[in-house]
Design a protein around this ligand. Structure first.
Ligand code: HEM
Length: 319
């Protein structure tokens, strides 16, 4: 039975130049496709067409060879880059998981906010640049030497294989801390550069701010009210009275809601003043209700806001 085979070879070789770079999954695309024409199309073709078809194909491939060769080299390089990035990411995750237990996850996640949360959109100062390692003696960073030391050990192991910046290390560590405690799996982009000096002081929100002060503070970092509420859900970890201290779930929102509904105001024993302030604000309360009712939507929004947070003010290595 006559058959005609048309081979379509499609090569797409792309490396990203936009910043932040796409996550490892999508930083390069390589497609090979071999399509067989359906039998009905094959039967409709004459023998001559088939010969011309094959000759045409050989001719096309020969003519395209000089083009295909550089493409194939480019494809090899892109594949190697993706593999190397993937391996690099895996090494970092592996070393982090060796040192970050559930009990240490809260402090590690807090370290992320204290590095990234200095970002100021107007002058592009601060942000996720590893500068928190120079700021550990500031009063607002009390207690963060412990997670720093834990990660320092993991970082030296990673550096022995492939150099990693503090900013990348902290960004991945926070994501792993969330996941270790049962929260969403978050993949962050790699390639942040470290600052060589501390960020300007006084840029993190004070815990005594009311809701409008918190919203304003987050706005200066390019973060919305919804992102403020979702990210504050990180306080579900730790000992502030929001369920199990080592489980990342939506109990932060459930407790905020229950306490503010049952007594009209929250017990001063639960949460920080800033947590209680969110529950008194109508706009924040709408998000609190949504996340208390629907853990998946909290996880989805937390993941997006977390990725935005760890990209705030980051400067990226060029590929
Ligand atoms: C909304 C503004 C925020 C304020 C005012 C604030 C302030 C604080 C304060 C005062 C503590 C207690 C530290 C201690 O126990 O001594 C704390 C704990 C914590 N914060 Fe925040 N925070 C805020 C947002 C965030 C964000 C956005 C994250 C991460 C995405 C975060 C993560 C954490 C975690 C995980 C803890 C528990 C740390 C532990 O138990 O070791 N915070 N925060």
């Amino acid at each position: 039975m006559a058959s005609t085979t048309s081979t379509v070879v499609s090569l797409v070789c792309s490396t990203t130049s936009s910043y932040p770079p796409a996550t490892v999954k999508s930083s390069a695309t390589v497609h090979f496709r071999a399509n067989s024409l359906p039998a009905t199309d094959a039967a409709a073709s004459s023998g001559k067409d088939q010969i011309l078809g094959r000759r045409g194909l050989v001719f096309t491939l020969t003519a395209a060879l000089p083009l295909l060769l550089p493409f194939s080299k480019c494809m090899e390089a892109a594949t190697a880059a993706v593999e190397s990035e993937t391996n690099g990411y895996e090494v970092i995750k592996e070393e982090i998981r060796k040192v970050v237990s559930k009990g240490k996850a809260a402090a590690v996640l807090r370290l992320v906010f204290h590095d990234a949360g200095t970002f100021q959109l107007d002058d592009h100062s601060g942000g996720m640049n590893g500068s928190v390692i120079y700021e550990l003696d500031r009063p607002e960073n009390k207690g963060l030497k412990t997670p720093f030391k834990i990660l320092e050990k993991a970082k030296s192991e990673v550096d022995a294989v492939k150099q990693v910046s503090w900013a990348d290390m902290i960004a991945v560590a926070g994501a792993e801390a969330v996941s270790i405690c049962g929260g969403p799996t978050i993949q962050v982009a790699m390639g942040r550069l470290d600052s060589k000096e501390p960020d300007p002081e006084g840029k993190l929100p004070e815990e005594t701010l009311d809701a409008s002060g918190l919203k304003q503070s987050f706005q200066t970092k390019g973060l919305s009210t919804q992102e403020l509420v979702a990210l504050s859900g990180a306080h579900t970890l730790g000992n502030k009275g929001f369920g199990n201290p080592t489980v990342f779930d939506n109990s932060y929102f459930k407790v905020l809601l229950e306490e503010s509904v049952s007594s009209g105001s929250m017990s001063s024993m639960t949460g920080l003043p800033s947590d209680r302030a969110l529950a008194k604000d109508d706009e924040c309360l709408r998000w609190i209700k949504k996340y208390a009712d629907d853990q998946n939507s909290f996880f989805e929004d937390f993941e997006k806001a977390y990725v935005k947070l760890v990209n705030s003010g980051a400067r990226w290595k060029r590929l």
